[in-house]
Design a protein around this ligand. Structure first.
Ligand SMILES: *Cc1c(COP(=O)(O)O)cnc(C)c1O
Length: 451
């Protein structure tokens, strides 16, 4: 019998009935009773708007370097950002399939198109590598913050960074971001990859000269290995997906970037027109950092929901029980096996769960088959191709509409005028034949349902 914090599972289920849904792999939608107002929640994080601003300024300093070493970013002067687009046909299909009237405004944040690594990890992961490189170069008297950072592409810097190592544990995309960026500087990068990581991600990293260590177990084991590699080597920097504030602040810059994009589209967010954002969640750093960034900008006018696969609902389990990283989905008897490889995490980040709990509106889960169906629908209707993990946020608008009586009163009142943003978190680097396989599976599942 499973015992958690001295109590058996049945007793936890009595207090938190949503656990029964998780145990049965049933899709569900949980609203967070610990949510507070934005100001209180933000203050309690101990992190500040000023730190987020410093992260944004650091990314700006690196733009000349990024533009130089990644020519695909030159047109945007080295800015690593993705489009925000309306998806009216997809919205219509979502409404028809669920037989409810959905709010009119549904946008997709296309982080699948982020330059360099094609996923949301290009925000946090790349930021932490940049910060680490900057810190080392400044400490060794090679750089000042007023220099044009394009000089970092010069050969003597490569030689310098080649003395240093970076280690990370990953289900795939974080490894890609850190590996590609780290290798560009000349760092010796080791990526510890969990069994869920796709073959092509490992091969791509190797082609960049990154060392890839493969594990037959899940993400947790890969992270542990990365951490211990760094502990035994003072020249090795471990990028801690579960606890890093640098990673977190890198993600948070998305808040002000999204705000700028909304205003460029003449969309004003306010009490009468709130913003609702749906964020796919693995360990929690990405959606957590973005939530923090959005709350800094929009305060109580933004509502953030996390999305997880039914086989890996670690953040939901951790938040609802308050057990955070002391509960694993395996404690619930779940297998943590999902097509959403970026979200295949059994144990949530304790840092995100504890620090962000007051700012998260809720968490919902999505079945793997539904991820495939949505993948195929989005491809057919909007000609946008994403990886399965990236689709998890899309059903959010349906789930929230179905449960609108449970929403914060301010959101209920202005529900129909709210702007909904599904965060599409990755996919443009996925090889065409893999995408074709995902798409074929989605089409098959759609036809089975129609039959
Ligand atoms: C990593 C990842 C996420 C979630 O980020 P976490 O920081 O692990 O919560 C979502 N989507 C994709 C495609 C990812 O790779």
């Amino acid at each position: 019998m499973t015992v958690l914090a001295g109590r058996d599972l049945e007793s936890w289920c009595r207090d938190f009935p949503v656990l029964r849904e998780l145990i049965a792999y049933r899709e569900c939608c949980w609203f967070n009773p610990q949510r507070t107002n934005a100001q209180t929640g933000l203050t309690a994080t101990g992190l500040t708007a000023a730190e987020q601003q410093l992260a944004a300024e650091r990314l700006d300093r690196f733009k000349p370097f990024i533009a130089r070493v990644f020519p695909e970013t030159a047109a945007d002067q080295g800015l690593i950002e993705s489009p925000l687009v309306a998806i009216p046909s997809m919205r219509q299909a979502l409404g028809q399939r669920s037989a409810i009237t959905l709010p009119a405004k549904l946008l997709l944040k296309c982080d699948n198109l982020l330059p360099i690594s094609g996923s949301v990890k290009a925000r946090g992961g790349i930021y932490e590598v940049l910060k680490h490189a900057e810190t080392l170069a400044i400490k060794n008297g090679l750089l000042t913050t007023t220099d044009n950072y394009a000089i970092l592409a010069e050969k003597h810097f490569r030689t310098f960074f080649n003395e240093y190592k970076i280690a990370v544990g990953s289900t795939g995309n974080l490894g890609l971001s850190i590996g590609i960026m780290g290798a560009k500087f000349g760092f010796q990068v080791t990526v510890h990859m969990s069994a869920d990581a796709r073959r092509w991600k490992k091969d791509l990293l190797k082609s960049h000269g990154v060392e890839v260590v493969e594990y037959s177990s899940d993400y947790g084991a890969a992270v542990t290995a990365g951490r211990s590699q760094a502990e035994s080597d003072p020249n090795c920097h471990f990028i801690d997906d579960e606890n890093s504030t640098d990673l977190f602040l890198g993600y948070s810059v998305a808040g002000q970037r999204l705000a700028a994009q909304l205003s460029a589209m003449n969309i004003e967010i306010n009490g009468q027109q709130p913003l609702v954002v749906y964020l796919p969640c693995g360990v929690g750093g990405g959606p957590g950092g973005i939530t923090f960034g959005l709350k800094q900008v929009f305060g109580d006018n933004v509502h953030c929901f996390f999305a997880e696969p039914t086989h890996s609902p670690c953040m939901l389990a951790g938040l609802c029980t308050g057990l955070h990283d002391t509960i694993s989905v395996r404690d619930l008897g779940l297998d943590n096996i999902t097509a959403a490889d970026g979200l295949a995490v059994a144990r949530p980040s304790g840092f995100i769960g504890r620090v962000l709990a007051p700012l998260i509106s809720g968490v919902f889960t999505v079945d793997d088959h539904e991820l495939y169906r949505l993948l195929a629908l989005l491809a057919d209707l909007e000609h946008i191709f994403m990886e399965p993990s990236a689709l998890a946020g899309l059903p959010g608008i349906v789930k929230i509409t179905q449960n609108r009586d449970k929403l914060a009163p301010s959101l209920q009142e202005h529900f129909d005028s709210a702007v909904h943003v599904a965060w599409g978190t990755g996919g443009s680097m996925v090889p065409a034949e893999e995408i074709a396989g995902y798409y074929g599976k989605g089409k098959e599942l759609l036809e089975m349902r129609n039959a």
